[in-house]
Design a protein around this ligand. Structure first.
Ligand SMILES: *[C@@H]1O[C@H](CO)[C@@H](O)[C@H](O)[C@H]1NC(C)=O
Ligand SMILES: *[C@@H]1O[C@H](CO)[C@@H](O)[C@H](O)[C@H]1NC(C)=O
Ligand SMILES: *[C@@H]1O[C@H](CO)[C@@H](O)[C@H](O)[C@H]1NC(C)=O
Length: 432
């Protein structure tokens, strides 16, 4: 009797043991398969897929994840090129060729990130930068963080928004004499075409590609940055509609001001409290910043944009520009999603369009010579602070909105009609 009970107890213990082992194995296998097939928006979300099919995305994949190649091919068919040549220089040549063809998706098996000799991403990120590709790293190691992460416009939309913003600037220069005279003074431009050339592209806006930074990591991210990245990682390659509500003009920067959606605010990791930052600290930050303070030459795409805004000047100035870049009207595999309604809006002006979290959200459109793209955010924060002071700032109604003079050469356009544009959430990896 006693024997039988012991037997039964032993049996039950073994049974429980087996159960625990099998449950654990199940969980383990589950996490393994999760790891092997992460939910990647550009492979699982139909909106994201549609957007990628009107944009250009480069995907860097670890060797271990080659099953993703099959999924990419299943999803994008002839719109995707998968490159996995063993020979690195052959691989780079294949990537170059696929990007030159403006292939929508260029997926590359780059090597094993966790090996003793991790892959050099630089040749690929350099091609992506030159060819206006948005980059995503699939299943990179924990410690591989981008320089910064945010919402990126494709090349057609970047061009369109650049054109819109320059057209608005031109319109304001022509219709608001007070603005024109202040702008003339600080831009040192005599004519409107000269003034339109004052702002240049920041290095981070190479070829006129525009983005809104959600969080900047730099080269030595702290623990909280790593934690943030773990949380938002699953959103990479997801598309987000982004809304431009205004434009800020200062002697330093030219920025589009955004109102983030609820979904975007969840991903927002920017520092909205610029008050602690003194201008001197800022200067040091600029010196250290990877968001480079060098500017592209006047032959930049944006200079091209502003010249296009002024059609009278197109023929003469265009021929002087040795344009390597494709013309603005020619983006073979990139479609614009930008919407800027021009119907009359009867809305009253809102001079406090954003406050608190996300109030720093912006896209740098241009910078003055010698300035840095990071300054755009600080210029915007200054404006947000001034908006809180209920003063009678000189305000000029115009066809497209209300232009307000905040003194010290700071001007803000509050747009009547907002611009909406699709963007892709992705990181930017150092090219140097
Ligand atoms: C390729 O992209 C185009 C849009 O540029 C889309 O219409 C077409 O369905 C895509 N082809 C495949 C196989 O997904
Ligand atoms: C023009 O700028 C200079 C400084 O660069 C300033 O001293 C002067 O007051 C400005 N003039 C006008 C009309 O704003
Ligand atoms: C996207 O980011 C948000 C905010 O961090 C997070 O809650 C959500 O789980 C992420 N989505 C995915 C699919 O990972």
């Amino acid at each position: 009797m006693f024997e039988r009970r012991r037997c039964l107890t032993a049996f039950i213990i073994i049974l429980i043991g087996v159960l625990i082992i099998s449950v654990c194995t199940g969980v383990y296998l589950n996490t393994m398969s999760d790891h092997n097939s992460p939910e990647l928006p550009f492979l699982s979300d139909s909106d994201a897929i549609n957007y990628v099919e009107s944009s250009k995305l480069m995907v860097l994949i670890s060797n271990k994840e080659e099953n993703i190649f099959r999924k990419i091919q299943d999803t994008y068919g002839l719109n995707a090129t998968c490159v996995s040549d063993e020979d690195v220089s052959k691989r780079i040549a294949d990537v170059q060729a696929a990007c030159t063809r403006d292939q929508h998706v260029v997926a590359i098996s780059v090597g094993n990130f966790e090996s003793s000799d991790p892959p050099d991403m630089q040749p690929y990120t350099q091609i992506a930068r030159d060819q206006n590709y948005i980059v995503s790293v699939v299943n990179g190691p924990e410690n591989l963080l981008p320089d910064y992460i945010g919402w990126h416009l494709n090349e057609a939309d970047s061009c369109m928004l650049g054109l819109c913003a320059h057209a608005l600037l031109e319109d304001l220069l022509k219709t608001v004499p007070e603005f024109c005279s202040d702008f003339r003074n600080y831009s040192q431009g005599e004519t409107i075409p000269e003034m339109l050339k004052f702002y240049q592209l920041a290095d981070s806006n190479h070829n006129g590609m525009l983005h809104c930074t959600a969080k900047y990591f730099g080269s030595s991210p702290d623990e909280s940055s790593k934690e943030y990245f773990r949380e938002v990682k699953g959103n990479i390659t997801m598309n987000f509609e982004t809304t431009v509500i205004g434009i800020v003009f200062t002697p330093r920067t030219f920025g589009a001001r955004l109102k983030l959606s609820q979904e975007q605010l969840k991903l927002w990791g920017g520092d909205d409290d610029g008050k602690a930052k003194m201008k001197t600290v800022l200067k040091n930050e600029i010196a250290r910043s990877n968001e480079d303070d060098r500017v592209s030459s006047l032959n930049s795409a944006m200079a091209h944009h502003s010249i296009q805004c002024d059609s009278n000047n197109l023929a003469t100035t265009d021929s002087k520009l040795p344009m390597k870049k494709k013309s603005a009207r020619y983006f073979p595999n990139s479609q614009a999603s930008l919407v800027y309604l021009t119907t009359k809006s009867e809305e009253d002006p809102d001079f406090h369009p954003v406050s608190g979290r996300g109030s720093r959200a912006h896209m740098t459109l241009g910078i003055a010579p010698g300035e840095s793209a990071v300054t755009t955010g600080y210029d915007l924060l200054e404006v947000v602070k001034l908006e809180e002071e209920e003063k009678d700032w000189p305000t000029y109604p115009t066809t497209r909105g209300w232009l307000r003079d905040y003194g010290e050469n700071r001007w803000v356009l509050y747009m009547k009609n907002k611009i909406t544009v699709e963007t892709l959430f992705a990181g930017v990896y150092s090219v140097s």
